[in-house]
Design a protein around this ligand. Structure first.
Ligand code: ARG
Length: 481
């Protein structure tokens, strides 16, 4: 017979009394980690194979365990798996059910391992799979930005600094200014992947398994890139989760900045963009209202994501080696961040694609003063030092403001009185297209430079940074929650 019955905690042997009910509830993590079900089954299966290789299990025992695990997997996939009140966490549930399915032999799966290495292995495997999903969703938002840029032809609008009109920029340049931060986030996902794909299994509780497991082979079997080099670190390391949460928070912040700008531009005061009905909401009181709720929620989710990062970092601070139960709190943060992003990104991609641009409002906002720098540059080309040119144009701007007119409509005499170089050639400079055409250096807002930038954006999108592990991704989708 089994030392422990299938209905008591895995560790019941040394205890005389059952656990206090409320304490049990606080201690249990099944409600969170049940999402690791299929990852846990996969790791168990690979572990049975590793135990056979290490001479711990016979081929027949391994085969019986694998057959049981396959049944169990079917139960999870078809949704008929029944959790028991005694299932403390997903690892307990899987082991308990395996023992029900294959009898006492099921207890052999726990040989030479611990939930400490198991949980960290499952969580990393889950994240490896989900990162692929996340990249797909992120790429859709990037594509939406590229499509808007492509569709914006030669439209221009004011660029802002300090939210004050500054210089004309191409609308395509503006859209792409939100593409590149997301591209950096995507690259960051690719960068962290090899540090997620390190396998703790074989570390057991802390000191390493007492059986000669070939960890490199096991890692390979499970799709990891390496086995963790130190058993203490293997069970204590949650850097992979923290790094993911940082990237999630950074991405959330970029999305919030984009959302904020869309909200501003959709206001009547700007009126540059319009949200189509499918992505807007109304007011229960004011019949005329059309609200950008989805963009506001996108803006707010940055706070939620930053909260997940802060929560985990705070849990990790000052922890002694090696495993501590504090680490159980990691998964709620990782799952929460992933759910938030996978909820926001598809809606945002669709909403961005659907945004309507109002060309007349954009162009009307570009008044002659926005080309003041170009006028100063022109004077520089005529030989004035830039500081002097800046002062001359500054005086002209001041005069225009005093007279309540725009810079390009000041009379010739008044301009000549400021500086003889301010003639009709100079006034011809105050044209948005002229200003844009001067900015074809790489990365600039000139039409040629922006076309090149657009091609560069299209090219980077053609390359995924995270390997498609679609088979495993499918696992998670069917595992339920
Ligand atoms: N549910 C636990 C967690 O998520 C599994 C590891 C439990 N280990 C232990 N020594 N109590 O961290």
């Amino acid at each position: 017979m089994d030392e422990t019955s299938a209905s008591s905690p895995l560790w019941a042997g040394r205890f005389e009394q059952p656990m206090d009910a409320a304490a049990w509830t606080l201690n249990a993590s099944l409600h969170v980690d049940r999402r690791l079900a299929l990852a846990d089954v996969r790791v168990n299966r690979a572990w049975a194979e590793a135990l056979e290789e290490a001479g711990v299990l016979s081929a027949a025992e391994r085969a019986a365990l694998v057959a049981g695990l396959e049944l169990l997997e079917q139960e999870f996939r078809s949704g008929v798996f029944v959790f028991q009140p005694t299932d403390e966490d997903i690892h307990t549930a899987v082991e308990r059910r395996l023992r029900e399915l294959v009898g006492p032999l099921g207890g052999k799966i726990a040989t030479g391992r611990s939930r400490n290495d198991l949980v960290a292995t499952d969580a990393r495997l889950w994240l490896m799979e989900q990162l692929c999903h996340l990249e797909t969703a992120l790429i859709e938002v990037q594509k939406a930005l590229v499509e808007q840029a492509e569709a914006s032809a030669d439209l221009y609008l004011p660029g802002y600094t300090h939210l004050q009109r500054a210089q004309p920029i191409l609308l395509a340049h503006w859209w792409l200014a939100y593409f590149w931060p997301l591209e950096r986030d995507r690259q960051r996902l690719g960068d962290l992947y090899p540090r997620v794909a390190v396998m703790p299994m074989g570390a057991a509780a802390l000191a390493g398994s007492g059986f000669p497991i070939d960890r490199e082979h096991l890692a390979q079997r499970l799709g990891f890139l390496a086995a963790a080099p130190n058993s203490l670190d293997a069970v204590a390391d949650r850097d992979f989760a923290a790094e993911f949460l940082f990237v999630a928070a950074m991405l959330g912040i970029h999305l919030s900045q984009l959302a904020e700008m869309v909200i501003l531009f959709c206001s009547q005061e700007f009126g540059f963009l319009e949200i189509p009905d499918a992505f807007a909401t109304g007011s229960s009181l004011m019949p005329q209202k059309k609200n950008p709720d989805l963009f506001e929620l996108t803006r707010a989710k940055a706070g939620t994501l930053l909260g997940h990062l802060t929560a985990l970092m705070t849990v990790l601070k000052g922890l002694p080696l090696a495993y501590n139960k504090d680490l159980q709190e990691d998964k709620a943060q990782v799952f929460g961040a992933m759910d938030t992003l996978l909820g926001v990104l598809p809606v945002l991609a669709a909403a961005l694609r659907a945004l309507r641009v109002k060309p007349e409002r954009l162009q009307a906002a570009v008044s002659a003063e926005l080309m003041a720098t170009d006028l100063a540059d022109y004077l520089v080309e005529q030989g004035l030092p830039f500081r002097e040119a800046h002062a001359v144009v500054g005086q002209a701007v001041r005069l225009a403001l005093a007279r309540g007119r725009s810079l390009d409509t000041l009379d010739r005499e008044a301009l000549q009185a400021i500086h003889p170089l301010l003639d009709e050639h100079a006034l011809a400079i105050l044209e948005p297209r002229h200003s844009l055409a001067r900015r074809n250096l790489s990365g600039g807002s000139g039409p040629l430079a922006v076309s090149a930038q657009l091609r560069a954006a299209q090219a980077v999108l053609a390359r995924r940074v995270i390997l498609d592990r679609s088979e495993n991704v499918r696992d998670e989708r069917t595992s339920g929650s």
